[in-house]
Design a protein around this ligand. Sequence first.
Ligand code: HEC
Ligand code: HEC
Ligand code: HEC
Ligand code: HEC
Length: 142
Amino acid sequence: MRSQLVLSLVLAVVLACGVQWVRAQEDEFVIESSIYEHTMPLVYFNHLAHMDDYGYDCTDCHHVYQGGENVWSDPDSDPVKCEECHNEPTTKNEKRLPLPKQKLNLKLAYHGNCIGCHRTYNHENNVQAAPITCKGCHTEKP
Ligand code: HEC
Ligand code: HEC
Ligand code: HEC
Ligand code: HEC
């Protein structure tokens, strides 16, 4: 009886992990968006390290806004890809776009999220650990 219980517990854990595994994004990957022609070496991104090693939450990067609030909170529901919403493709002089277009510009969304956090982190901790130079991110590999 007891061993049966243990067995079904183990099975439950294995199943839960299995589901997680199928759904989960690869731990690290190269970001390659399809809405523009890439002019820079692609950006390598360690998704897992940003959560497990640096301690960030899904909602530090993923969001779905409704009435100014981020309503995407469930880590078990797949987040929508950035480019589904940020589908404005300008990659040159994008800061000269009218504000509503800037908000939906993909390059500004990525730079705002990635570089924004890196700057704040380096500044607050008086370090250079998080890359803020072009070559620090556009490396194509780790
Ligand atoms: C913290 C990381 C980071 C830094 C620093 C950074 N970028 Fe990016 N950049 C990204 C990400 C992520 C994207 C989106 C990549 C994608 O869409 O596949 C991007 C996209 C771009 C794009 C549009 C896509 C392309 O290949 O043409 C350009 C242009 C660009 N960056 C130029 C720069 C330049 C120039 C610098 C330095 C002044 C820089 N970036 C610094 C992360 C960074
Ligand atoms: C530091 C930023 C960051 C954090 C933290 C983060 N993600 Fe992501 N995640 C990304 C980026 C960037 C992508 C690639 C986005 C794209 O292709 O549009 C991505 C992609 C994904 C994808 C694949 C989406 C697809 O359709 O290709 C899943 C699933 C995902 N993340 C889930 C999560 C979950 C769940 C958490 C929290 C446990 C999380 N992420 C935390 C930045 C982050
Ligand atoms: C479901 C649509 C949607 C998705 C998916 C989405 N965004 Fe956004 N994002 C928005 C909207 C809408 C705004 C503008 C909110 C406002 O009016 O200020 C925004 C604002 C931003 C901003 C401005 C600063 C802020 O947080 O308010 C950044 C940076 C950003 N997004 C980056 C990203 C990145 C990176 C991803 C993918 C990991 C992503 N977004 C995915 C819709 C989306
Ligand atoms: C919410 C904060 C935050 C966001 C958003 C974020 N990062 Fe980071 N990132 C960090 C911190 C903190 C470090 C350095 C940690 C350390 O080494 O101590 C880091 C390190 C890195 C590094 C070097 C080490 C490694 O893990 O490879 C790369 C490359 C990087 N980030 C790319 C990105 C890209 C690309 C994005 C956007 C898609 C992004 N980051 C978004 C906080 C963030």
